[in-house]
Ligand binder design. Structure first.
Ligand SMILES: NC(=O)C1=CN([C@@H]2O[C@H](COP(=O)(O)OP(=O)(O)OC[C@H]3O[C@@H](n4cnc5c(N)ncnc54)[C@H](O)[C@@H]3O)[C@@H](O)[C@H]2O)C=CC1
Ligand SMILES: O=C([O-])CC(=O)C(=O)O
Length: 334
């Protein structure tokens, strides 16, 4: 059998044979995300793990005639380790979603230990993989994964990503609704984190920087609290799943393009970021260029309006607390 390296060498689409693993693959996000990864031609091996139904979802997707094999795993027979073994990219949407009235931080008590344990398994079975964390609260779960990987001696800050892409999608969509344009032509950089006031859309860097104050403030609020709209509309049955699957697939697609050596692939994402480390903010989302080793370049924020500078100052204060909570959790519960 050809090794992955030889498949890459011989394939006409060189450097496009990748194993992608989804942890939490049978959930509201996991199922459509796994479908979208099945449709990504760079993926040759898709491994789906969940506490329940992992094998069922995998069998279902395996009938789609794209160039990946699909394997499903549950917790029996060392399923988690097998799902992770030699993965290039690991997507983690495992954990509980919000109900109306909850903040993302209210999910911490349940999701922190789920993410910690999955990170421990990834550290052992997929130490070189790019890890894309979707489970909330992202502002804290990404520092949790980082601490676990540090403890295991396999931390590579270039390959750990908090998925904030849904904020980017919402920004394009909501902005286009305000200004009456085609959303596919609107690109907005969103920085900070992934909850409420930590979500900072840099609208001054778009061509719509002169929105009237009331429209601007309403738009920023809608982007920051877009998740609440879905939680409310689903009325107790969860949060965004389909738009999140699209967002996760876009981010994973970009990471895969970077790994494959495609150039000029950029996404805003929540990473171990040098930008505000001197102020004690170790993780921050900025626009990042992706490459064969993961993060290739972290871009500066660029010119900011006064309103954006104020939002970033607020975001940093909340992020410091969210990050500390994640780090302290792993220290107290290794
Ligand atoms: N980053 C973002 O922008 C977004 C993040 N989310 C978050 O994604 C997470 C998942 O949301 P949904 O898919 O709607 O929830 P869900 O409840 O529909 O699915 C979660 C899945 O995780 C599985 N799971 C739980 N513990 C596990 C473990 N230890 N190992 C493997 N699988 C496990 C469950 O069996 C379930 O299938 C939530 O924390 C939610 O807040 C949701 C939307 C956007
Ligand atoms: O709002 C939630 O809890 C889920 C989420 O992160 C989002 O939709 O942005």
């Amino acid at each position: 059998m050809l090794s992955k390296a030889s498949v890459r060498q011989f394939s006409s689409s060189a450097a496009s044979a990748y194993k992608v693993t989804v942890l939490g693959a049978a959930g509201g996000i996991g199922q459509p995300l796994s479908l979208l990864m099945k449709l990504n031609h760079k993926v040759t091996n898709l491994a789906l793990y969940d506490l329940r139904l992992g094998k069922g979802v995998a069998t279902d997707l395996s009938h789609i005639p794209t160039n990946s094999t699909v394997e499903g795993f549950g917790p029996d027979n060392d399923g988690l380790a097998k799902a992770l073994k030699d993965a290039d990219v690991v997507l983690i949407p495992a954990g509980v979603p919000r109900k109306p009235g909850m903040t993302r931080d209210d999910l911490f008590n349940t999701n922190a230990s789920i993410v910690r344990d999955l990170a421990k398994a990834a550290a052992v079975s997929a130490p070189n993989a790019a890890l894309l964390i979707i489970s909330n609260p992202v502002n804290s779960t990404v520092p949790i994964v980082s601490e676990v990987l540090k403890e295991k001696g396999v931390y590579n800050p270039k390959k750990l990503f908090g998925v904030t892409t849904l904020d980017v999608l919402r920004s394009s969509r909501f902005l286009s609704e305000v200004v009456g344009t085609n959303p596919t032509t609107e690109t907005v950089t969103v920085v900070g984190g992934h909850s409420g006031v930590t979500i900072v859309p840099l609208l001054s860097q778009t061509k719509h920087k002169d929105l009237p104050k009331d429209k601007y403030e309403a738009l920023v609020h809608r982007i920051q609290f877009g998740g609440d709209e879905v939680v409310k509309a689903k009325d107790g049955a969860g949060s965004a799943t389909l738009s999140m699957a699209q967002a996760g697939a876009r981010m994973a697609g970009s990471v895969l393009k970077g790994l494959a050596g495609e150039t000029d692939i950029t996404e805003p994402t929540y990473i171990d970021n040098p930008l505000f480390k001197s102020e004690g903010v170790d993780f921050f989302s900025t626009r990042v260029t992706l490459g064969p080793e993961g993060v290739k370049e972290v871009h500066p924020l660029g010119n900011l309006s006064t309103a954006e500078q104020e939002m970033i100052a607020t975001a940093k204060e909340t992020l410091k607390k969210n990050i500390k909570k994640g780090v302290d959790f792993v220290k107290a519960n290794p």
